[in-house]
Every structure is written in C-alpha cells, then in structure tokens.
Write a protein that binds this ligand. Structure first.
Ligand code: BEZ
Ligand code: FE
Length: 300
C-alpha cells in the first residue's frame, strides 16, 4: 500500500457509505462482555450516527457539543450535579422514570416524579401532626394528610415517608440563610392504618439553578427556568418499590409548563382552602410490590 493511499481504503470503508462505517463501529462493540452494556452501547452508537447524519453535523459543531459535555462535568461536584439537571431539562429523566413505572401505573400505582437535587440525608424524624415550618418561615398554612397503601389498597404500616419543599419565597433551607437547618423537611412513619400527617406552609415555585452550562442552554433555547410549586414525597415500605414523587399546585402559573417536565397530569392538585385562610392537601400513595431500592441522596 502506498503511503498516500486514503486510510479508508485499508479498512474497506467509504466516505460515501455511512452504513459501512456504522457496521464497523457496531462490530467493534460486539466483544463487550456485559450484555446490557453491549445493548446500551450499540443503541447509543446507532442513534449518535443517525443524529450526525440527520443534522449534517460539522466538525466545528461536534467540538462545541463535546466542549459542552466537558463544561457539564466541570460544573459538577459533591453539592451540584449539572448532568442530572441536563437530563431533567431535556425531559430524559422524566421519560426514564415514567417508562420504568408504567406497569405500576397501569395497575393504579401513584405516578412518580423526579427526586431532584434538594433531598437531604438525615431529615429529622417527626411525629404525626408536627409542623415542619419554623417561625422564621411565615406563610399560608398547609395541612397535609396522607395514606400509604399497596396496589390492592392494603395499608402499609411503619412505612418511611420523607418530605421536603421550598418556602413561600421559593427557596429550600440549604439555599436560604434565613431558614434554620432542615426547615420544611421531615421524615414520618406511617401508623397502623398507613397514615401520616403534618403542618407546613404553602410552597412557591422556583427557578432551577442557572449558574452553569444548563442555564446557558435554557437561555439559548429561549426557555423560562421555573418549576411550579410542589411538595416532594419519598416513600420507603418493606417489600415495595420506593416511590419518589411530587404534588404540584394546580393554580401555579407554570403548572402546565414545568421546565423539567415533571408536573404530569395526576400529580397536579388543588390545594383546598380550609376556610380559615389555610389550605389542605390529601394524598394517597399507592406502591407497587417489588424490591426496595432507595435512590442515591443528592445532598448531605
Ligand atoms: C426539584 O424538584 O427539586 C428539582 C427537580 C429538578 C431540577 C431542579 C429541582
Ligand atoms: Fe423541588
């Protein structure tokens, strides 16, 4: 072979035959021993090649995309995961979560929603009816009453219910010096009838963090940055799949326009006026029997 012969000729590939290149890359993946990893890599390779062909991606544009991925990594650390935020604002996290729950949903299970970046480990264990809002956080009172049950309606006693929410100013305790540590957070244990209850203040919507590359992406797309007001709930019950979900204020201006696409139909709720200036929220949490895998907690 002469030194001037194009490199493609040595491998039998042609610049005008993208299928041959794709086939060669897929063959190079065939030795991946772990079957699920082999399947995921093959699908990623096929979709990435199709994406480059569909968009006629240029080398300069590929560089911009790769620099963006580097920036996502560099903006991440123990307290911030810009990669999770990217999956959130592209709707990928919601898609994966809803697909994973489709059998439970078809059987009447409660719809899941993102855990998000603000769940903290070591949220304080509280007693039934306790208020999770400190005196430093004034706002309209919210009474939350809930019941945890299995798909067949059987109450789940002794289940662990974690809750966390933003303040009426739209800030979590770890973002706001005026709130005491672990404000608007709590962990409850369900009683013999699967029930729990607590008092709080009505949360407000808030923007997702925009100080990193995801903020730049949202700006380039001309998108707003807001999540509708919500209350997070995570339920751990023996013999059942962990349910992470959120209940959204149906009256929030962004109730149908959540920047992370998490506010799905059945999770939009009217916070009912209690006739004394406050609101009530009644929840039923139906869990699917299965392995109890607790998600990774994002914050200490
Ligand atoms: C949250 O619900 O706390 C959240 C979810 C995704 C991105 C940012 C915040
Ligand atoms: Fe949240």
């Amino acid at each position: 072979m002469s030194a001037r012969e194009p490199i493609m000729a040595t491998t039998g590939l042609s610049a005008t035959d993208p299928q041959a290149l794709l086939d060669a890359v897929l063959r190079s993946n065939a030795g991946t021993t772990e079957p699920r990893l082999r399947q995921i890599l093959a699908a990623a390779i096929r979709h990435l090649h199709a994406f480059a062909l569909e968009t006629e991606l240029t080398p300069a544009e590929l560089d911009i995309g790769l620099d963006f991925l580097v920036a996502i990594g560099q903006a991440s650390g123990p307290k911030k995961h810009e990669g999770i935020l990217l999956a959130d604002i592209l709707g990928l996290a919601t898609l994966v979560q809803l697909r994973g729950a489709r059998h439970a949903l078809a059987a009447g299970g409660t719809e899941p929603a993102l855990v998000g970046p603000f769940w903290r480990s070591g949220q304080p264990l509280r007693s039934h009816g306790e208020c999770i809002a400190s005196a430093e956080t004034p706002g309209p009172r919210l009474t939350v009453r809930g019941r945890v049950c299995s798909l067949d309606g059987r109450p789940l006693a002794g289940a662990r219910v974690e809750t966390w929410q933003a303040s009426p100013r739209g800030l979590y305790d770890n973002q706001d010096a005026s709130q005491p540590n672990m404000n608007l957070r709590g962990r409850f244990e369900t009683d013999a009838e699967g029930r729990f209850s607590f008092l709080s203040v009505r949360p407000a919507g808030y923007p997702v963090p925009t100080d990193g590359p995801c903020g730049e992406l949202l700006a380039a797309q001309g998108r707003h940055t807001m999540r509708p007001a919500h209350l997070h709930v995570l339920v751990v019950a023996e013999g059942h799949r962990v349910l992470a979900t959120q209940f959204f204020d149906a009256e929030d201006p962004h109730a149908h326009d959540d920047v992370v696409f998490g506010a799905v139909g059945s999770l939009l709720r009217r916070f009912e006026p209690d006739g004394q200036g406050g609101y009530t929220l009644d929840l039923e949490l139906r869990l699917e029997p299965g392995a109890t895998l607790i998600p990774k907690c994002p914050l200490p």
